[in-house]
Write a protein of this length. Sequence first.
Length: 275
Amino acid sequence: MNDALTPPAELVSPADAPKVVPFTVAHRGLSAHAPENTLSAVRAAHQAGCSWVELDVQLLGDGTPVIWHDNGVRRCSDSRGKLAKLDLKRAQSLDVGRWFSSEFAGERMATLEDMLRLINELDMGLNLELKVNRGRDAQALVAAALPMTLAALPSERLVVSSFSLSALASARAHEPDPDRLRLGLLFEKIPRDWLQEARRFKAYSLHVDWRKLKESRAREVKAAGYRLFCYTANDPVAFSRQWDWGVDAVISDDPTLYEHHLPGAVPPQSDETPT
Ligand code: G3P
Ligand code: MG
Protein backbone atom coordinates (compact mmCIF):
# COMPACT_ATOMS: atom_id res chain seq x y z
CA MET A 1 0.00 0.00 0.00
CA ASN A 2 1.13 3.56 -0.52
CA ASP A 3 -1.24 5.59 1.63
CA ALA A 4 0.67 5.38 4.90
CA LEU A 5 1.44 9.07 4.80
CA THR A 6 -2.14 10.13 4.17
CA PRO A 7 -4.20 10.62 7.33
CA PRO A 8 -7.49 8.73 7.20
CA ALA A 9 -10.37 11.06 6.51
CA GLU A 10 -12.34 9.74 9.46
CA LEU A 11 -9.65 10.83 11.91
CA VAL A 12 -9.04 14.27 13.27
CA SER A 13 -6.06 16.19 11.95
CA PRO A 14 -3.04 16.21 14.25
CA ALA A 15 -3.61 19.87 15.01
CA ASP A 16 -7.10 19.08 16.26
CA ALA A 17 -6.16 15.90 18.11
CA PRO A 18 -6.42 16.20 21.88
CA LYS A 19 -3.00 16.61 23.43
CA VAL A 20 -1.91 13.49 25.25
CA VAL A 21 0.37 13.90 28.21
CA PRO A 22 3.03 11.22 27.82
CA PHE A 23 2.58 8.55 30.42
CA THR A 24 3.93 5.24 31.66
CA VAL A 25 2.32 1.82 31.98
CA ALA A 26 3.59 -0.80 34.42
CA HIS A 27 4.30 -3.93 32.35
CA ARG A 28 2.61 -7.00 33.87
CA GLY A 29 2.15 -4.78 36.93
CA LEU A 30 5.29 -3.49 38.61
CA SER A 31 7.10 -6.59 37.41
CA ALA A 32 10.57 -5.34 38.30
CA HIS A 33 9.57 -5.44 41.96
CA ALA A 34 6.79 -8.02 42.30
CA PRO A 35 5.77 -11.27 40.59
CA GLU A 36 4.38 -10.39 37.17
CA ASN A 37 0.66 -10.36 36.43
CA THR A 38 -0.37 -10.74 40.08
CA LEU A 39 -2.57 -8.71 42.39
CA SER A 40 0.59 -7.86 44.33
CA ALA A 41 2.25 -6.50 41.19
CA VAL A 42 -0.71 -4.20 40.59
CA ARG A 43 -0.79 -3.04 44.21
CA ALA A 44 2.96 -2.40 43.99
CA ALA A 45 2.46 -0.36 40.81
CA HIS A 46 -0.18 1.73 42.53
CA GLN A 47 1.99 2.25 45.59
CA ALA A 48 4.84 3.35 43.34
CA GLY A 49 2.61 6.04 41.84
CA CYS A 50 1.71 4.33 38.54
CA SER A 51 -1.78 4.97 37.25
CA TRP A 52 -1.78 2.40 34.41
CA VAL A 53 -0.85 -1.29 34.23
CA GLU A 54 -0.50 -3.72 31.34
CA LEU A 55 -1.67 -7.28 32.06
CA ASP A 56 -2.05 -10.45 29.99
CA VAL A 57 -5.25 -12.47 30.02
CA GLN A 58 -5.77 -16.11 28.99
CA LEU A 59 -8.24 -18.89 29.71
CA LEU A 60 -7.77 -21.85 32.01
CA GLY A 61 -8.91 -25.24 30.76
CA ASP A 62 -12.30 -24.72 32.43
CA GLY A 63 -12.79 -21.41 30.62
CA THR A 64 -11.97 -19.07 33.52
CA PRO A 65 -10.09 -15.95 32.36
CA VAL A 66 -6.91 -15.49 34.39
CA ILE A 67 -4.03 -13.03 34.37
CA TRP A 68 -1.09 -14.98 32.98
CA HIS A 69 1.54 -14.57 30.27
CA ASP A 70 3.03 -17.93 29.33
CA ASN A 71 1.53 -21.03 27.75
CA GLY A 72 2.78 -22.97 30.76
CA VAL A 73 3.15 -22.37 34.48
CA ARG A 74 6.74 -23.44 34.95
CA ARG A 75 8.48 -20.05 34.83
CA CYS A 76 6.20 -18.25 37.27
CA SER A 77 4.90 -20.88 39.69
CA ASP A 78 5.96 -23.82 41.83
CA SER A 79 4.52 -26.30 39.33
CA ARG A 80 4.76 -27.19 35.66
CA GLY A 81 2.47 -28.04 32.78
CA LYS A 82 0.17 -26.12 30.48
CA LEU A 83 -2.26 -23.47 31.67
CA ALA A 84 -4.93 -24.98 29.42
CA LYS A 85 -4.81 -28.21 31.44
CA LEU A 86 -5.72 -26.52 34.73
CA ASP A 87 -9.11 -25.80 36.20
CA LEU A 88 -9.53 -22.90 38.61
CA LYS A 89 -9.17 -25.00 41.75
CA ARG A 90 -5.89 -26.49 40.59
CA ALA A 91 -4.61 -23.17 39.20
CA GLN A 92 -5.23 -21.43 42.50
CA SER A 93 -3.45 -24.17 44.41
CA LEU A 94 -0.20 -23.02 42.79
CA ASP A 95 2.16 -20.60 44.49
CA VAL A 96 2.79 -17.87 41.91
CA GLY A 97 4.86 -15.58 44.12
CA ARG A 98 7.67 -17.55 45.67
CA TRP A 99 9.54 -17.97 42.35
CA PHE A 100 10.06 -14.20 42.44
CA SER A 101 10.90 -13.84 46.12
CA SER A 102 9.98 -15.39 49.45
CA GLU A 103 8.31 -12.07 50.30
CA PHE A 104 5.54 -13.06 47.87
CA ALA A 105 5.16 -16.70 48.91
CA GLY A 106 1.53 -17.76 48.91
CA GLU A 107 0.48 -15.43 46.09
CA ARG A 108 -2.37 -16.99 44.08
CA MET A 109 -3.08 -16.74 40.36
CA ALA A 110 -5.44 -13.83 39.76
CA THR A 111 -8.67 -14.33 37.91
CA LEU A 112 -9.62 -11.53 35.56
CA GLU A 113 -12.64 -10.89 37.75
CA ASP A 114 -10.50 -10.37 40.87
CA MET A 115 -8.09 -8.21 38.94
CA LEU A 116 -10.80 -5.96 37.53
CA ARG A 117 -12.15 -5.47 41.04
CA LEU A 118 -8.70 -4.41 42.25
CA ILE A 119 -8.11 -2.09 39.29
CA ASN A 120 -11.39 -0.40 40.09
CA GLU A 121 -10.65 -0.17 43.81
CA LEU A 122 -7.36 1.53 42.97
CA ASP A 123 -8.94 3.66 40.23
CA MET A 124 -6.25 2.62 37.76
CA GLY A 125 -6.13 2.34 33.98
CA LEU A 126 -5.72 -1.07 32.37
CA ASN A 127 -4.08 -2.10 29.12
CA LEU A 128 -5.41 -5.65 28.88
CA GLU A 129 -3.49 -7.79 26.41
CA LEU A 130 -5.53 -10.64 24.92
CA LYS A 131 -2.73 -13.20 24.97
CA VAL A 132 -3.32 -15.93 22.39
CA ASN A 133 -0.52 -18.42 22.81
CA ARG A 134 0.11 -21.28 20.40
CA GLY A 135 -2.87 -23.63 20.12
CA ARG A 136 -5.27 -21.37 22.04
CA ASP A 137 -8.66 -20.12 20.87
CA ALA A 138 -8.82 -16.36 20.32
CA GLN A 139 -12.59 -16.22 20.00
CA ALA A 140 -13.19 -18.16 23.20
CA LEU A 141 -10.83 -15.80 25.02
CA VAL A 142 -12.65 -12.71 23.77
CA ALA A 143 -16.07 -14.19 24.53
CA ALA A 144 -15.06 -14.94 28.12
CA ALA A 145 -12.87 -11.94 28.91
CA LEU A 146 -14.19 -8.94 27.02
CA PRO A 147 -17.79 -8.58 28.29
CA MET A 148 -16.76 -8.60 31.95
CA THR A 149 -13.92 -6.17 31.24
CA LEU A 150 -16.16 -3.73 29.39
CA ALA A 151 -18.73 -4.00 32.16
CA ALA A 152 -16.12 -3.26 34.81
CA LEU A 153 -14.17 -0.35 33.36
CA PRO A 154 -15.05 2.91 31.60
CA SER A 155 -13.51 3.39 28.16
CA GLU A 156 -11.06 6.05 29.33
CA ARG A 157 -9.47 3.59 31.76
CA LEU A 158 -9.20 0.67 29.32
CA VAL A 159 -7.16 -0.21 26.24
CA VAL A 160 -7.49 -3.78 24.96
CA SER A 161 -4.57 -4.94 22.81
CA SER A 162 -3.42 -8.08 21.06
CA PHE A 163 -0.90 -9.48 18.61
CA SER A 164 -3.68 -11.82 17.46
CA LEU A 165 -5.64 -10.52 14.48
CA SER A 166 -8.42 -13.00 15.26
CA ALA A 167 -8.68 -11.72 18.82
CA LEU A 168 -8.80 -8.13 17.58
CA ALA A 169 -11.44 -8.97 14.97
CA SER A 170 -13.52 -10.82 17.51
CA ALA A 171 -13.22 -7.97 20.02
CA ARG A 172 -14.25 -5.37 17.46
CA ALA A 173 -17.18 -7.53 16.34
CA HIS A 174 -18.31 -7.76 19.97
CA GLU A 175 -18.09 -3.98 20.46
CA PRO A 176 -18.17 -2.02 17.18
CA ASP A 177 -18.02 1.41 18.84
CA PRO A 178 -14.37 2.59 18.88
CA ASP A 179 -15.15 5.08 21.63
CA ARG A 180 -16.51 2.36 23.89
CA LEU A 181 -13.72 -0.12 23.13
CA ARG A 182 -10.26 1.30 22.54
CA LEU A 183 -8.32 -1.33 20.64
CA GLY A 184 -4.53 -1.45 20.45
CA LEU A 185 -2.73 -3.28 17.64
CA LEU A 186 0.37 -4.99 18.99
CA PHE A 187 3.36 -5.41 16.71
CA GLU A 188 6.98 -6.24 17.16
CA LYS A 189 7.70 -3.99 14.20
CA ILE A 190 5.01 -1.84 12.63
CA PRO A 191 4.28 -3.35 9.19
CA ARG A 192 4.00 -1.42 5.93
CA ASP A 193 0.22 -1.94 5.83
CA TRP A 194 -0.31 -0.70 9.37
CA LEU A 195 -2.81 1.98 8.37
CA GLN A 196 -5.04 -0.51 6.57
CA GLU A 197 -5.01 -2.67 9.70
CA ALA A 198 -5.64 0.29 11.99
CA ARG A 199 -8.65 1.30 9.90
CA ARG A 200 -9.93 -2.27 9.69
CA PHE A 201 -10.04 -2.60 13.47
CA LYS A 202 -11.00 1.04 14.14
CA ALA A 203 -7.89 1.08 16.32
CA TYR A 204 -7.12 3.54 19.05
CA SER A 205 -3.42 2.80 19.36
CA LEU A 206 -0.42 0.93 17.99
CA HIS A 207 1.90 -0.82 20.45
CA VAL A 208 5.39 -1.61 19.25
CA ASP A 209 8.71 -2.96 20.47
CA TRP A 210 10.57 0.29 21.07
CA ARG A 211 13.83 -1.12 19.69
CA LYS A 212 12.19 -1.73 16.31
CA LEU A 213 10.45 1.63 16.00
CA LYS A 214 11.77 4.01 13.34
CA GLU A 215 11.30 7.75 13.62
CA SER A 216 9.60 8.03 10.22
CA ARG A 217 7.04 5.35 11.13
CA ALA A 218 6.38 6.89 14.52
CA ARG A 219 5.68 10.25 12.90
CA GLU A 220 3.33 8.64 10.33
CA VAL A 221 1.33 6.97 13.09
CA LYS A 222 1.04 10.19 15.02
CA ALA A 223 0.20 12.24 11.93
CA ALA A 224 -2.67 9.85 11.25
CA GLY A 225 -4.07 10.52 14.73
CA TYR A 226 -3.36 7.20 16.45
CA ARG A 227 -1.83 6.77 19.87
CA LEU A 228 1.60 5.16 19.99
CA PHE A 229 2.69 2.93 22.87
CA CYS A 230 6.18 1.41 23.15
CA TYR A 231 7.09 -1.77 25.02
CA THR A 232 9.12 -2.86 27.00
CA ALA A 233 11.54 -0.04 27.70
CA ASN A 234 13.48 -0.04 30.93
CA ASP A 235 16.20 2.47 30.11
CA PRO A 236 14.75 5.99 30.27
CA VAL A 237 17.94 7.61 28.97
CA ALA A 238 18.07 5.38 25.87
CA PHE A 239 14.36 5.99 25.37
CA SER A 240 14.54 9.80 25.49
CA ARG A 241 14.53 10.44 21.73
CA GLN A 242 11.39 8.33 21.24
CA TRP A 243 9.41 10.95 23.17
CA ASP A 244 10.50 13.51 20.57
CA TRP A 245 8.93 11.31 17.88
CA GLY A 246 5.53 11.68 19.54
CA VAL A 247 5.31 8.44 21.51
CA ASP A 248 2.40 8.68 23.95
CA ALA A 249 3.21 5.96 26.45
CA VAL A 250 6.02 3.70 27.50
CA ILE A 251 5.29 0.25 28.89
CA SER A 252 8.01 -0.55 31.39
CA ASP A 253 8.76 -3.13 34.05
CA ASP A 254 9.59 -0.18 36.30
CA PRO A 255 7.91 3.12 35.41
CA THR A 256 9.46 4.79 38.46
CA LEU A 257 12.68 4.97 36.43
CA TYR A 258 10.96 7.58 34.24
CA GLU A 259 10.14 9.97 37.06
CA HIS A 260 12.65 12.54 35.82
CA HIS A 261 12.67 11.44 32.18
CA LEU A 262 9.18 12.11 30.85
CA PRO A 263 8.80 15.10 28.55
CA GLY A 264 8.18 18.08 30.79
CA ALA A 265 9.43 16.25 33.90
CA VAL A 266 11.40 18.18 36.43
CA PRO A 267 15.02 17.04 36.30
CA PRO A 268 16.54 15.62 39.48
CA GLN A 269 17.78 18.25 41.92
CA SER A 270 21.46 18.34 42.65
CA ASP A 271 20.95 16.96 46.16
CA GLU A 272 19.28 13.87 44.59
CA THR A 273 22.30 13.13 42.45
CA PRO A 274 24.23 10.13 43.74
CA THR A 275 27.67 11.07 44.96
O1 G3P B 1 1.69 -5.30 25.66
C1 G3P B 1 3.06 -5.15 25.51
C2 G3P B 1 3.82 -6.38 25.87
O2 G3P B 1 3.28 -6.92 27.04
C3 G3P B 1 3.80 -7.41 24.78
O3 G3P B 1 4.66 -8.47 25.02
O4 G3P B 1 5.25 -10.73 25.72
O5 G3P B 1 5.35 -8.90 27.38
O6 G3P B 1 3.15 -9.74 26.58
P1 G3P B 1 4.58 -9.50 26.24
MG1 MG C 1 1.74 -8.39 27.52
